[in-house]
Ligand binder design. Structure first.
Ligand code: KG4
Ligand code: ZN
Length: 332
């Protein structure tokens, strides 16, 4: 079975073809970052209009690269949400229309389920059950993943998402959009220990997170200085990254200990952060656990994770197993 995946939840148009036997046949991605950069963030109206321009040419391009035809597609999976309403509607409308024309099943996939399952696209891949740390621009969650659709929420942010905190802090430091990669690049020149920032909810006794206080602490620090030198900005960037990474690492390790599981999967854009990867890998190794990451290109939004999640959902349904109870509401 070949599933076409369509991702249009935010500022990336992602298209992919996933074959249930042969794996990923091809994928293409168009990023709107340049278009939104001058506004300092995503402009929803512009995002929707650009997705309309990109989706069909990208589908054609993906099919061509994979040497397949439209009629080879057996099902279509599109990102149902969460995301920008107008942007999501583009993927949903095109996916549904195409499915109607080809007379094949169409299903909506929860964006986070796509991220959650994305490390299964790489080899070696984890086996169920595992703990997943989902760290994106809109969400920060720890989940216990027992199978396709069998997700148990262990903890989540009570305010800002980790990626949102990276983006807002980057803005305070005068960096462009998206802030995460820019901030982590600047942090490489930083000197550790020059500024001390809080590690929110580190000892809260549960698996929840909070990042808005950390961002406010940076704001307070920045507003204390009339003029920040480049070195100071780098030192603040590093202090922020160290604080965020420390909290994410501690909570992920606590989730492993609480569940008794030994596999940790990291997904979502912040999962591309190299300091976070180093920290998690080292700490997990010390307790005999293994960390799995998606390929860097599948950490941020992409069509491959949606095609894959769609294929897994359809296979689960084909196996005759009941529609698994899920904390994600996936409506066809
Ligand atoms: O998963 P994603 O592409 O989109 C959402 O579903 O939100 O994640 C985007 C987020 C942004 O906040 C971005 O700044 C952050 O991931 N990000 C990073 C890095 N690369 C992307 N944050 C920290 N370090 C990075 N290297
Ligand atoms: Zn995402």
């Amino acid at each position: 079975m070949i599933v076409l995946g369509i991702e249009t939840s935010c500022d990336e148009t992602g298209i992919a073809l996933y074959h249930t036997e042969y794996g990923l046949l091809g994928h293409t991605l168009y990023s709107q970052i340049e278009m939104h950069n001058e506004y300092g963030g995503v402009v929803p109206e512009l995002a929707s209009r650009d997705h309309i321009r990109r989706v069909l040419p990208l589908i054609k391009q993906t099919l061509l690269k994979a040497e397949r035809h439209l009629h080879d597609i057996n099902a279509i999976a599109y990102t149902q949400g969460p995301g920008l309403a107008g942007a999501l509607l583009v993927g949903a409308s095109i996916g549904t229309a195409l499915g109607f024309a080809l007379n094949i099943p169409v299903l909506g996939i929860h964006h986070l389920e796509g991220h959650l399952l994305s490390p299964l696209l790489s080899k070696p891949s984890p086996s169920f059950p595992f703990v997943a740390l989902l760290v994106s621009g809109g969400h920060t969650q720890l989940m216990q993943v027992n199978g396709i659709g069998l997700y148990k929420l262990l903890g989540e942010t009570v305010d800002d998402a980790a990626g949102e905190a990276f983006d807002k802090t980057a803005k305070l430091l005068g960096l462009g959009y998206p802030g995460g990669p820019a901030l982590s690049k600047l942090a490489m020149q930083g000197q550790s220990g020059r500024f001390k920032l809080p590690r929110p909810m580190l000892n809260s006794g549960n698996l929840n997170f909070s990042f808005s206080g950390l961002k406010t602490a940076v704001l307070t620090l920045v507003s204390k200085h009339d003029c920040l030198t480049q070195q100071m900005r780098a030192d603040i960037a590093l202090a922020f990254q160290e604080a965020a990474v420390a909290v994410l690492t501690e909570k992920a390790l606590a989730a492993l200990s609480q569940t008794g599981l030994t596999q940790l999967v990291v997904a979502g854009g912040v999962g591309a952060n190299s300091q976070l990867r180093r920290s998690l890998t080292n700490r997990a190794a010390a307790i005999g656990a293994t960390v799995f990451y998606p390929e860097l290109e599948f950490c941020t939004d992409n069509g491959a994770m949606i095609a894959f999640a769609g294929a897994m959902r359809l296979q689960t349904a084909d196996n005759g197993s009941q529609q698994p109870s899920s904390s994600f509401t996936v409506k066809p």
